[in-house]
Design a protein around this ligand. Sequence first.
Ligand code: PXL
Length: 280
Amino acid sequence: MKRIAAVQDISCVGRCSLTVALPIISAMGVEACPLPTALLSSHTLFPEPYVCDLTEMLSGITDHWKRIGVSFDGIYTGYLGSLKQLDIISRFIDEFRGGGFVFIDPVMGDHGRLYSGFAPEYVGRMAEFCGKGDVIVPNLTEACFMLGRDYIGESYDRDDLKAILRGLTGLGASKAILTGVSMEPGRLGAAAFDSGSEEIFLCMGDRVEGSFHGTGDIFASVCVGALAKGESLGQAVECAVNFTCQSIKMTACDSPDRRFGVNYEKALPVLLNGENHQKN
Ligand code: PXL
């Protein structure tokens, strides 16, 4: 069985980061080992969460992993809370990447703004950190910020996307996936780019109006599971768009408070049965 390390916070309430990564990756038949970077009572869209920073614990965990000789087929990093953690996780990647893939979700903002708690300096350091990745998966906000350009909003064409994707692979990873892409009304999805073949792959699902928190982490987790199982970049993106879309549809007519995240639990059977390649 393939084994990956999932490096990000655990937010107890609000379905994001480890509380979605572990079940989703496990459901796909891949062992997911958490390296928790912080413990929060909820994610930061709720006011004033209790936060326990776990930076000081990280070396205790990873030193033990070295002693027991554990290795990973992939390393997946998500929300990391500080510049210090970027340095520590950067060293973790150097020590543990072996022949596995490194998948970086540069979680730091959305809708043209940084999440609370991130200083502008974090953006440049995250762009540098992305150079450690084989695959990076920013949303449009994170991509524009890392490339030092204004947030592109909703008006762009295929050439704009190609320029952004080329710029992203210029940061050092050979593959980039841009999330939150919409090229026509009623459709939303992702664009993937492989700098080796220069090919762009667009995958769209039905757009459900509104903003759904945690969907970036759901998308990234499915991609990681699929890549760990040896699927191609295009297959991974298709699988992730379909599952994210289904999770949103399971939620749209339910909980009105979007901060609690989407009902991905109801869509999990699709991953368990490996039936996730049908088109939306
Ligand atoms: O879903 C991204 C995310 C992860 N972890 C924490 C967050 C957020 C987004 O706000 O606050 C703690």
